[in-house]
Structures are given as C-alpha cells and as structure tokens.
Write a protein that binds this ligand. Sequence first.
Ligand SMILES: NC(=O)c1ccc[n+]([C@@H]2O[C@H](COP(=O)([O-])OP(=O)(O)OC[C@H]3O[C@@H](n4cnc5c(N)ncnc54)[C@H](O)[C@@H]3O)[C@@H](O)[C@H]2O)c1
Length: 353
Amino acid sequence: MSTLGIGIIGAGTIARAHLDAYAVHPEADLVAISDVNPERARAVAEEYGARRAYGDPHELLADPEVDAVSICTWNNTHAEWAIAAVRAGKHVLVEKPLARTLEEAERIQEAVAGSDRVLQVGFVRRHAPNCQVLKSFIDAGDLGEIYYAKASCIRRAGNPGGWFADKDIAGGGPLLDIGIHVLDLCWYLMGSPTAVTVSGSTYDLLGNRSNITTLPRYQVSDHDPAANSVEDMATALVRFDNGATLQIDCSYSLHAAQDSISVSVFGDKGGADLEPRLSIATEMHDSIVNVTPQIGSGTFEMEAGFQAEIAHFVDSCLGRIENLAPVGHGVEIVKILEAIYASAAQGREVALS
Ligand SMILES: NC(=O)c1ccc[n+]([C@@H]2O[C@H](COP(=O)([O-])OP(=O)(O)OC[C@H]3O[C@@H](n4cnc5c(N)ncnc54)[C@H](O)[C@@H]3O)[C@@H](O)[C@H]2O)c1
C-alpha cells in the first residue's frame, strides 16, 4: 500500500481535527509537526506519535519524508506557508480562508499553477455526507436550475478572541471565519457561478460580548478576551452572472434568541435545506413532497467531516481523484468576501471584475 508522509504546520485547536483524521487513515503516515511555539509542537508531536517536531516550519518543509502538509496556522500566514510548501514540492491542505486578501490568494494560485502539486482548500463542510448526498441530487438535475440561495451562521456571543478578533491577523471577523463556510456551501451547490455584484453591510455595535460567560465559545489556543478589532456581524446580497442571487448573514455578536445555522438552495424543480438538517422539497402529482435522505443525523458532524476531507486530500495527492476544493475556488470565495467588506466600507453595491 502507498503511504503519504504528513506534516502539520500550526499545532493549535483545528490541527487536532486534522491529526485525529490522519490517525485513522491507513495511508497517512504522520512524520512531523511544527509551530512557532516549539513547546506546543513538541507536546502535540508526542501526543500523536509524530517522529519529529520543529519550531520553524521551514525545517519541516525541508524534511524529505514529508510529502504533504496541513496548514493550520493563523490566517496571516496561509499565503507564506502555502507558497513555501508548494515550492518545496509538498502537496497542501490549507485551512479556510485560503488567505486574508485577494492579492494573497492570487499569489498562492500563481505558485500552484507553476507546480504539479495538489492544493486543497479546507472547505470541510463540502466533504460531509449531507453535502455530498445533496450534491448528487443536484448533479442529477433533481433541483433544476438553482436561482436563489440563503446562508446564515449566527452566534450570539461567539467571538473566539485572540487572533480571530485581530483584523490584521485574521483579515476579518465572522464573515471570514464562519460566514465563509455557509457562503461556500451555497456557492458550491449552485455550481460555482461567477459573482458580478455584491451589496454588503457590516456592523460593530456590540463588541465581543466577553461579559457573556454562560455560553460555550470556540477556544483559540492563545485567548485574550479583551482584544477585538473585527466586525460583530455581516450581511450581503451577491448576484451571479447566471441571474442567481445569494443572501448571507453571519455574526459573532448579535441580539438573537438563539445560535443558528442554515443553508438552503432553491431551483426551478426543487429546493433543499442542507443545514440545519438535510431535506429536499419538490412537487409530485400536484403535491409538495419533502424527501429526507437517510444519512445518520443529516447534519454536519465534525469528526465525519474532517475524516472525509482528509481522505479526499490523500486520494487527490495519490492521484486517484480530482480535487473538489481547488485553489481557484478558494480565490473566488476570497474575492466575494473582500467585495462584501468593500461594499460595506463604501456604503453601496460594488461590481466584481
Ligand atoms: N475548518 C474549520 O471548521 C476551522 C475551524 C477552526 C479554525 N479553522 C482555521 O484553522 C486555522 C487555525 O485556527 P485555530 O483555531 O487552530 O487557531 P489556534 O490559534 O488554536 O492555532 C494556530 C496555531 O498556529 C500557530 N502559528 C501561528 N503562526 C504560525 C506560523 N507563522 N508558523 C507556525 N505556526 C504558527 C500558533 O502558535 C497556534 O499554535 C485558521 O486559519 C482558522 O480559520 C478552521
């Protein structure tokens, strides 16, 4: 059996989801872990049985036993490490967002274009069973032409703090962090149309609500509850060249009655909710019929999602399948997100070139 030597760059919270998935993959061989925090790299390497730990990711990229890397660092370093990894001849799975800005994302795309390496963007929810089952219905034409999509991811008091709340490092707030997942799911299910205009608004009226301590929060590795320079919430309408529109809202802080996630797409033959639970609606014999594919809980499950994402990455690197989250998709999503921020700053609709 062929194996793939794996390196992990950034040994924080989400690296563990990658490591758990590599650990159960029969063809993944965990070689090395690196983090700018060398103690963290060492501790995580020991815990997961990696052969080597490095404080400097350049050393990991020079390790000849490493064939492929997961980049799980802060957003401001994705471009640097993705480009260095591809140039060092490694395949790359880079966490979302591909980069903070379109300029950074396009530099990564250029580096990938000049190589024969796989770069997969960490759009983990695409790989989850509920999404793949719905995609098979859509590809078979069961929903017809999709002309409208709605994406929402609301946290009432869910600013993770630390670098996630630092605009310079993260590039943005809930839009770049959690809105990206639901926006991407819609865009992927719509068949990746080209965005032509964007009208967005962002707000920062509530702050990080660090006074709310009664709800669980995503735990960033180096937490600082006081820091915050990102938006509380964002909302936007995106128009595509095929006439379709997508509406999104997302928040870290909002006076909503509950946290929620929803992803829906609507076509001329049928519609579907992907989140919070997969359900397909259509019309048969003058009746509206709801179809519920039977797939476990029908919702996104972290462990299954990361295992599917990592299995897809290994298969792509070993040349067995086509990468379903290529660098170009990461670039298009960053382009839309950047346009939402630009529209919000200018207070008007903006056109994408
Ligand atoms: N797919 C998902 O659902 C999901 C969920 C959470 C986070 N993420 C993404 O994963 C990435 C990491 O997030 P996290 O929550 O694990 O953050 P984290 O702060 O817990 O971990 C990041 C780690 O990267 C290290 N690091 C930072 N800069 C580095 C550099 N230049 N070189 C080497 N190591 C460096 C830090 O020391 C830290 O250990 C982010 O891009 C985030 O958007 C994705």
